[in-house]
Design a binder for this molecule. Structure first.
Ligand code: DOR
Ligand code: ZN
Length: 438
């Protein structure tokens, strides 16, 4: 099966792309293509460059922007016992609406992805996926053997090991430094990244006592920045000692960025940020209430600025949405009862495209943070770049389209967002996943 995508606006200019089955087999500038000289516009035998090729279908991309399919390394799919919140079908549809063609699923599902039996249940549920995926294995205080059992088979569907240093949503929490060291050692042995949610539980406990007024408006004070900073420092130091690869998940504060910058010099340290920590801060909570409740919390304006600086200077390696769907009625409970997290798959790229249109991001930087870097860092072979021989994971974008985010129309089962009703410019038109139009 051969598909010709004509008039694709790539970074390097207007091009035609030929896909055979799941791979890109040719890319040619449009002006050199016979198509632009008015020949062979129909399905059939097309001379493409010097190669005569039998094309089964032609899709006119109409000069829309085409970028590598987005790789989102931080998604909570929820399937199995929380499929009322999200399942692999709804998550896939949300991903495709947001231009995302690969996701890494987090382990804090029910049951948790902390042993081979539960991983196999997840593997079965994920058969429904319409996109590419990998899984994080969750670390607990006592599952080192389970992690080794999984990794020793060298499975290609494992993205890395996820560690939570604090409770957030049904997750196991690591509280023991020696356990942490052993996890890092195993990660090093099998060359896997450890992605860490670095808020430190003991510190959160202290601040919960300290701040008497429990309100969403105080979320950033209660889950105090000090706890993220302490946890980040702790794991950066341990990873330096052990020599394993580490990723600070959803980095949210200026202080952590400073630490990451320092530790990056001599170590394999990666920094993930989210669109919400980049673009929102706690001042929005008055308007959006618990829809903006997330861990780590939305911080301050100075942190937004620090995150932008870290995007520009290369401290940030990739952007993950931390898509964390919960039921609407749960989010409508009072502050302490409402779960943290909100859907992000359908807003993430669109928010970044809007920043591109505003001149705050270049297309090169966007592609680096959303596909090239995650593909390289997590060893996704033949993905993350539009080039001959790679899988045809592509996202087609109308950069001119102005529209309003409407969370009631989300494909995710979670139909709310702190970005609801925001006006943005730039919209995903279609995706190709392994050469298939979605
Ligand atoms: O806000 C959050 N929600 N932070 C997390 O770390 C977990 C996530 C979830 O799973 O709901
Ligand atoms: Zn998360």
């Amino acid at each position: 099966m051969k598909t010709l995508l004509k008039n694709c606006k790539l970074i390097q200019g207007l091009s035609n792309i030929i896909i055979e089955d799941d791979k890109i087999i040719d890319i040619k500038p449009s002006e050199n293509s016979p198509l632009e000289r008015g020949t062979a516009l129909a399905v059939g035998c097309v001379t493409f460059g010097t190669v005569e090729t039998n094309i089964n279908q032609i899709i006119d991309i109409q000069n829309n922007l085409v970028i590598p399919g987005i790789i989102d390394p931080h998604v909570h799919v929820r399937d199995l016992q929380q499929s009322d919140k999200e399942d692999w079908t709804s998550a896939s549809k949300a991903a495709l609406t947001g231009g995302v063609t690969t996701i890494f699923d987090m382990p804090n599902t029910i049951p948790a992805t902390t042993n081979l039996v539960n991983l196999n249940l997840k593997r079965e549920a994920a058969q429904k996926a319409l996109i590419n995926y990998k899984f994080f294995i969750g670390a607990t205080n006592s599952n080192l053997k389970d992690i080794e059992e999984i990794l020793s088979e060298n499975p290609s569907d494992i993205a890395g090991i996820k560690v939570f240093l604090a409770g957030s949503s049904n997750n196991d929490t690591i509280t023991d430094k020696d356990v942490l060291k052993n996890i890092f050692r195993v990660a090093k042995k099998y060359e896997k990244i450890v992605t860490v949610h670095t808020e430190l539980q003991s510190c959160l406990n202290k601040w919960k006592q300290k701040v008497p007024n429990s309100s969403i408006l105080n979320h950033n004070e209660i889950r105090n920045r000090e706890c993220s900073i302490m946890g980040t420092k702790l794991v950066l130091e341990l990873a330096e000692e052990i020599g394993n690869k580490i990723c600070i998940a959803h980095c949210s504060t200026a202080e952590e960025l400073k630490l990451i910058r320092k530790f990056k010099i001599n170590n394999s340290v990666y920094c993930e940020i989210t669109p919400h920590h980049l673009l929102l801060n706690e001042t929005i909570l008055e308007k959006v209430g618990n829809f903006g409740k997330v861990n780590p919390p939305l911080r301050c304006e100075k942190d937004n600025s620090a995150l932008w600086e870290a995007v520009y200077d290369g401290t940030v390696d990739f952007i993950g949405t931390d898509h964390a769907p919960h039921k609407l009625y749960e989010k409508q409970k009072e502050y302490l009862q409402a779960p943290s997290g909100f859907p992000g798959l359908e807003t993430g790229l669109h928010l970044l495209l809007n920043e591109l249109n505003k001149g705050n991001l270049t297309i090169g930087k966007l592609v680096e943070l959303t596909s090239r870097n995650p593909a390289e860092i997590f060893n996704l072979e033949k993905r993350g770049e539009i080039k001959v021989g790679n899988f045809a994971d592509l996202t087609v974008i109308d950069m001119n389209m102005k529209w309003k985010i409407d969370s009631s129309k989300f494909k995710s089962k979670a139909k709310y967002s702190p970005f609801d009703r925001m006006k943005v410019q730039g919209k995903v038109e279609m995706c190709f996943v392994n050469g298939k139009k979605c």
